[in-house]
Design a protein around this ligand. Structure first.
Ligand SMILES: NC(=O)c1ccc[n+]([C@@H]2O[C@H](COP(=O)([O-])OP(=O)(O)OC[C@H]3O[C@@H](n4cnc5c(N)ncnc54)[C@H](OP(=O)(O)O)[C@@H]3O)[C@@H](O)[C@H]2O)c1
Length: 205
C-alpha cells in the first residue's frame, strides 16, 4: 500500500459496502462496518471477507473514522444520518446512486445537506460492485471518477481509489456528482453487452 493506513467507516455492508470493505482492508486500511444489524449474516460475511475489520452500528462505526463511506440504498440515509456523530471536517465518500426523486439533485448534494461540515466526495459509484476488488488485476486501468468541492477530500478519495488499483480522475465540484450518477445508466447498458466486469477507462493519446 502506498498511502498510510486510514480508519474507514463503511455504512452499509451490502454489495458495494462489502466489496469496498474487502478491497480497502486488503490494501491495508482499518475497516469498520456500520450496519443496522451487526449480527446479520450479510454483515458478518462482509466483515469476514475484510481482514481485521470490525462491525458495529453506524454511529459507533463513524466515531473515530477519518473517512466515512456511504454504501446504502438512498432511502435509508435520511433515517441514519441524523444519528451519526458530528462530521465536521471529515471526508465523507458517497458511493450511492439514485434514479428517483428530484432529477436535478444528486445523493451527494443531499448527503452534504444532512451532514453539515462534512467534506462530501462522490466516488465509487460508476462501476459495478464486483469491480471494486479486482481493479488492480486489470491490464488497462479502470477510471474512478471523483467529484467534490473540497480538494483535500477529493485527494483522499483519489488515494483510496488508487490503492484499489483504479486510475482516479477528479472531475471537479460536487455539481458533477449528478452527471456521475447518470453515467451509471451508461455503465448498465454496457454491462448488458459486455458483462459486469466492464469499466470506464480514459484514452488521452
Ligand atoms: N450494486 C452495484 O453494483 C452498485 C455499484 C455502485 C453503486 N451502487 C449504489 O450503492 C448503494 C448500495 O448498493 P448495493 O448494491 O450495495 O445495495 P445492497 O446490497 O442492497 O446493500 C444496501 C445496504 O443498505 C442497507 N440498508 C438498506 N435499507 C436500510 C435501512 N432502512 N436502514 C439501514 N440500512 C439499510 C442494507 O442493510 P441490510 O443488510 O440490513 O438490509 C445494506 O447494508 C446504492 O445506492 C447503489 O445504487 C451500487
Amino acid at each position: 500500500m502506498i498511502a498510510p493506513s486510514m480508519r474507514i467507516a463503511i455504512i452499509g455492508a451490502g454489495n458495494v459496502g462489502g466489496a469496498l470493505g474487502k478491497a480497502l482492508a486488503a490494501a491495508g486500511h482499518e475497516v469498520v462496518f456500520g450496519v443496522r444489524d451487526p449480527d446479520s449474516e450479510k454483515a458478518q460475511a462482509a466483515s469476514g471477507a475484510a481482514p481485521r475489520s470490525e462491525v458495529t452500528n453506524p454511529a459507533d462505526a463513524t466515531v473515530d473514522a477519518e473517512v466515512v463511506i456511504f454504501a446504502l440504498r438512498w432511502d435509508a440515509v435520511p433515517e441514519i444520518a441524523p444519528g451519526l456523530p458530528e462530521m465536521d471536517g471529515r471526508v465523507v465518500i458517497d458511493a450511492m446512486n439514485r434514479f428517483s426523486g428530484d432529477p436535478a439533485r444528486s445523493t451527494a448534494q443531499d448527503l452534504a445537506d444532512l451532514l453539515p461540515g462534512a467534506k462530501v466526495v462522490k466516488a465509487f459509484n460508476t462501476t459495478g460492485y464486483e469491480n471494486m476488488s479486482t481493479a488492480s488485476g486489470r491490464q488497462q486501468k479502470a477510471a474512478m471518477f471523483i467529484a467534490g468541492d473540497h480538494p483535500e477530500a477529493n485527494a483522499v478519495a483519489a488515494t483510496l481509489a488508487g490503492d484499489l488499483g483504479f486510475q482516479p480522475e477528479d472531475v471537479g465540484g460536487l455539481k458533477n456528482a449528478k452527471p456521475l450518477e447518470e453515467m451509471v445508466k451508461v455503465w448498465l447498458a454496457l454491462a448488458e453487452r459486455h458483462g459486469r466486469s466492464v469499466a470506464f477507462a480514459l484514452s488521452d493519446d
